[in-house]
Design a binder for this molecule. Structure first.
Ligand SMILES: C[S@@+](CC[C@H](N)C(=O)[O-])C[C@H]1O[C@@H](n2cnc3c(N)ncnc32)[C@H](O)[C@@H]1O
Length: 272
């Protein structure tokens, strides 16, 4: 497995926010209902791709490694070295290190040696690109990375005004687990602060490590910014990048998109 950097190095203005979440990411994934639902969808999709699969935001490789285990060559792109390290370890443990090629890059700068038939961006990762002009740049890169007729498949959550009102500025427990290194109980909290005008969520998150008596011994804070994208807006952004929408679903099992869908699952295509 290779770890590459793009020519010119990563673009500086978008920070690798996930570097700060490497210690809690897997525990949050284990307790995430959406992660449980999206895994078989992306693994099946990757496994039946006629060629190399590119995963933008490969993270710790929970999807990419499963795709590689099914005989595919995967290129994983991420701007977090910590996530890429975890992905590299996971691929080695699964015996597929040679099938997983990692690129350390911001999505906006990534260039592939040759175009591929499938690019994915699973798990709401597009919501990490809060600035519409940055998303436009990423979508153009995606279009350039695809073979004619190739597909770009990704998902994002659907904004729910009622939920946003209920959770705005309200801390809640995202995960509870025992830290494998320290043996301490950890409670991981997140608190989202919604900006309705700019469609952004500033998230402040913290982990509380407890001793055997439940007394707080360490609290660590992190922050990141996320956003939401309306269906019509996403459609317009894909079209502006020269991608056609083949389908948009309301879940990972092909459920049609309805008003109360919690996710949008997009199958976009580069025209032949
Ligand atoms: C929500 S995680 C998804 C990880 C993996 N696809 C999964 O489903 O478990 C998003 C990943 O995208 C990466 N990421 C976010 N914005 C990025 C950007 N602008 N350029 C490169 N990687 C980025 C993060 O570092 C993180 O690993």
């Amino acid at each position: 497995m290779m770890l590459e950097r793009p020519a010119g190095g990563p673009i500086a203005t978008m920070s690798a926010e996930y570097d700060d979440f490497g210690d809690v990411y897997e525990q949050c994934i284990e307790q995430s209902e959406i992660a449980r639902r999206n895994l078989p969808f992306y693994v099946r999709l990757g496994a039946k791709s006629p060629g190399t699969v590119v995963e933008l935001g490969v993270g710790t490789g929970r999807i990419a490694v499963e795709v590689a285990r099914r005989g595919k060559h995967v290129i994983g792109v991420d701007n977090s070295l910590r996530m890429l390290d975890a992905c590299r370890r996971r691929a080695a443990e699964a015996g597929v290190a040679d099938s997983v090629h990692l690129i350390h890059s911001d999505f906006r700068a990534v260039t592939l040696a040759e175009p591929v038939p499938l690019v994915t961006m699973p798990f709401h990762t597009i919501c990490d690109i809060a600035e519409p002009s940055d998303r436009a740049q990423v979508l153009r890169r995606v279009a350039d990375s695809l073979l004619p007729g190739g597909r770009f498949v990704f998902d994002h959550f659907v904004f729910d005004a009622e939920l946003a009102q209920r959770y705005d500025n309200v801390p809640h427990i995202e995960a509870e687990y025992t830290d494998p290194e320290t043996g301490r109980e950890v409670i991981f909290w997140t608190c989202g602060i919604y900006d309705l005008e700019d469609q952004r969520i500033r998230v402040v998150a913290w982990s509380d490590e407890l001793d055997r008596d439940g007394v707080l011994v360490r609290r660590r804070y992190r922050r990141y910014t996320s956003c939401w994208i309306e269906t019509e807006q996403m459609l317009a952004e894909l079209e502006a990048a020269g991608l056609e929408v083949e389908a948009v679903y309301g879940d990972f099992d092909g459920t049609p998109l309805t008003e109360d869908a919690a996710v949008n699952v997009w199958i976009a295509r580069k025209p032949s």
